[in-house]
Design a protein around this ligand. Structure first.
Ligand code: NDP
Length: 323
């Protein structure tokens, strides 16, 4: 890691990467191995942790190459180590703003300003949380925002579980959890799902899923692990307690794009627009990868794959090869 003060301000970098989750680290590994001497801002613009969402999950059992599973933090630390080993400079700073009006681009961190010929944006997305009182204590102790990542953990096997949300993700997560759970409660604040018709039918007819309509979560209870949910019916005002061993949030994600300040084209849902199947944004020389441009798959492995693509696209761009 190179301290900010040691950097020469007038030097124009070939490539700067913002974000240090699987997408950012993979982009850094590929850029470093292509001798581009990448600079990676590892802090998250949203104020979230360096390393991204993986650092907030426990065991990862679906990342290829780790048959015994690996801790989320450990996985992302290994990725960073690999990036540094091949010559990535890591700046432990958030990016406050960028200027894409001319090339080289200007990237202003909280302590360092860098100029770069290409920019890879890998700032990820943040899963929305409910913010109920027991949440902080029981996060990763039965509460998760990713059923695909965590649903298969032993603490959830053959236990009653709950999913909060009414969109496609909520249904998808609930159906996925039926593979492990004795029963899944799908708790939604309205009396109709937002999910597509086919997904609605899947949830409402599934023998292991019970719909809990017009209901919001007011608290999560448990000593060491989740034991029950406190619920409130928004129509009747009735309070109730539901014993479950796991709670999965599926109330949407927020892509970390606020620092872009309108300089990159976004979809209506706030995710960065890229050329379909590619990492190119609407600004030449700026590439986006990982969850900040993917509202659909949102997996560590797919983020890593798109990080590799962004690095190759940036390299081609620097070589003036049409990308
Ligand atoms: P959505 O924004 O579609 O749904 C979020 C859900 O969470 C809504 O039902 C919303 O309720 C509920 N919600 C939001 N905030 C709160 C809160 N504070 N308390 C309680 N409930 C809350 O997000 P998704 O992640 O489900 O989907 C994102 C996009 O990805 C969508 O376009 C979706 O179609 C797509 N997707 C597609 C899949 C597929 O095709 N297989 C799978 C997964 C996602 P309300 O309805 O009342 O607003």
């Amino acid at each position: 890691m190179v301290a900010s003060a040691e950097r020469k301000e007038q030097f124009v970098e070939k490539v700067v990467i913002i974000g240090s989750g699987p997408a950012g680290c993979t982009a850094a590994i590929y850029c470093a191995r292509a001798s581009l001497k990448p600079v990676m801002f590892e802090g998250f613009v949203s104020g979230g942790p360096a390393g991204g969402q993986l650092t907030t999950t426990t065991d990862i059992e679906n990342y290829p190459g780790f048959p015994e599973g690996i801790g989320g933090m450990e996985l992302v630390m290994k990725m960073k180590e690999q990036a540094v080993k091949y010559g990535t400079t890591v700046l432990s700073e958030d990016v406050d703003s960028i200027d894409l009006s001319k090339r080289p681009f200007t990237i202003k961190g909280s302590g360092t300003t860098v100029e770069a010929m290409t920019l890879i944006i890998a700032t990820g997305a943040t899963a929305r949380r409910m913010g109920v009182p027991g949440e902080a204590k029981l996060w990763n102790r039965g509460i998760s925002a990713c059923a695909v990542c965590d649903g298969g953990l032993p603490i959830f096997r053959n236990k009653p579980l709950a999913v909060i949300g009414g969109g496609d993700s909520a249904v998808e997560e609930a159906v996925y959890l039926t593979n492990f759970a004795s029963k899944v409660y799908l708790i939604h604040r309205r009396d109709k799902l937002r999910a597509s018709a086919v997904m609605q039918k899947r949830a409402e007819t599934h023998p292991k899923i019970e719909m809990v309509w017009n209901t919001t979560l007011t608290d999560v209870k448990g000593d060491k692990l989740v034991e029950s949910l406190l619920l409130s019916n928004v129509v009747t005002g009735k309070e109730s307690e539901l014993p479950v061993s796991g709670l999965f949030y599926a109330i949407g994600h927020v892509p970390n794009t606020s620092f872009l300040n309108g300089q990159i084209e976004l979809h209506d849902n706030g995710y960065i627009k890229t050329v379909p199947g590619r990492t190119l944004t609407n600004v030449k020389g700026v590439f986006a990868c990982g969850d900040v441009q993917d509202s659909h798959y949102r997996q560590a492995i797919s983020a890593a794959g798109s990080g590799c693509m962004a690095a190759i696209d940036a390299q081609k761009c620097l070589e003036n090869i049409e990308v």
